[in-house]
Ligand binder design. Sequence first.
Ligand code: ADP
Ligand code: ZN
Length: 529
Amino acid sequence: MTSAPPLAGPALDVLNRIFGYAGFRGGQREIIEHVIGGGDALVLMPTGGGKSLCYQIPALVRDGTGVVISPLIALMQDQVDALRTLGVRAGFLNSTQAPDERRLTEQLFLAGELDLLYVAPEGLGVAATQRLLDRGRISLFAIDEAHCVSQWGHDFRPDYLNLSMLHERWPEVPRIALTATATSATREEIATRLDLTGARHFTASFDRPNIQYRIVAKNEPRRQLLDLLRTEHPGDAGIVYCLSRASVEKTAEFLTQNGIAALPYHAGLDARTRAANQSRFLREDGLVMVATIAFGMGIDKPDVRFVAHLDLPKSVEGYYQETGRAGRDGLPSTAWLAYGLQDVVQQRKMIETSDGDLAHRRNLGTHLDAMLALCETVQCRRAQLLAYFGQTADPACGNCDTCLTPPESWDGTVPAQKLLSTVLRLQRERGQKFGAGQSIDILLGKTTEKVTQFRHQELSVFGIGTDLREQEWRGVVRQLLAQGLLAVEGDYGTLTLTDASSAVLRGEHQVMMRREPERTRAPRARRSS
Ligand code: ADP
Ligand code: ZN
């Protein structure tokens, strides 16, 4: 080959010279050229896909300062430091900053000596900040984590709603909105709310082929987790997500006692401990971070080998974003989730008791349903995940648990009828509602104290379910909940019928169920090339 001159263009030059990368990734080139040319853009790219360069390079190439709106105040200092190391003139304005520092940043901006200025969304609502921006020269606005504008999403920030004023106040400045999580509905919402309907949409593939997705039935979650770490990820760095602070603490302690280097992270820890644990996780090898979902936004650690969920995420968006923190270096990684009946009961209860109107609760319910459907699917997890984001994929990826050990599906109509009849009889004949535990005890014919107390042994359904084990009955309840054929309500998570239940009871609706593969241990990972 002759030594042809490198592709011309200031963008590539900046990529090589300043960032030290040989070439663009995925859709970066097109996006960057579009924004340099002054166009508006809405960019959908998965976590780790390289969104930052999509606005950083145009900001460096165009005249003036690129203003980046980001909700991640805690990370601004780090982001700015990282850019300065590369020789990029960057600064930030936020509420945590000392007055002197702020004044200096403002002066640099007005003197045209900043390439990038990071601003918190609430800061843009302040008149003084708006006047400051009026007096300088802005090359572009980048709206990071743009899904925060979606009231139906899982990360809503009211301050984002004001960002439509960017276009009104500075109509000639190009805007680029970026997000890693958006279904087509959210994308539409972002475009409308940010006044970006004329923007060009760029959508990168959401597939993360090196991540192996696995969802297992939860029985002894911490033991199951320990088993996973010992057999498949000894010495690896990873993140374990738990729903509550208490379970973060307990899990971190449990892992430590069992010889695994683990640190806790949640909002209840003081800021110093949090920062210390985070920086140890980033800098040291092979640490396991046990955290609530407060941890991870904006974290860029390439060699996270696994992300484990001990509790069910509230939405597929959340699940995708959290699991997406695994394997940014492209090497084989595991996304592992343990999920059980209790998760469903607890989350339904949280939704029911949450603030907000009916529409809001319905919306939370829809998000949860999609997550449950992913858990109970007998099809390829990856295909279902991508379909959720509106992307088509191979029907079988070969690198998820359902592809590697196909679960059998079985006709669960009769057990479903038995369970629903139990709920129905309790309600009709006794005017009572109970949780899953009591209903299962009745089906199994157990004469527990509570059964005797309520004379449930006299019900005609007593003992008609001895053909299944307790664990299997819990699976039946879980799947009926996931399929909307049964519902939970109230503080005690009592079971109740839904509109769809009667078709099952009348024998008009066949109920297919997923049979859990016996082993919880994983099949060998297919190496991604
Ligand atoms: P996102 O914001 O989409 O999650 P980042 O912008 O943080 O992703 O990029 C993820 C990682 O990929 C970073 O370490 C970044 O430096 C790296 N990266 C981005 N673009 C390129 C590229 N063209 N070549 C090599 N590495 C890149
Ligand atoms: Zn698959």
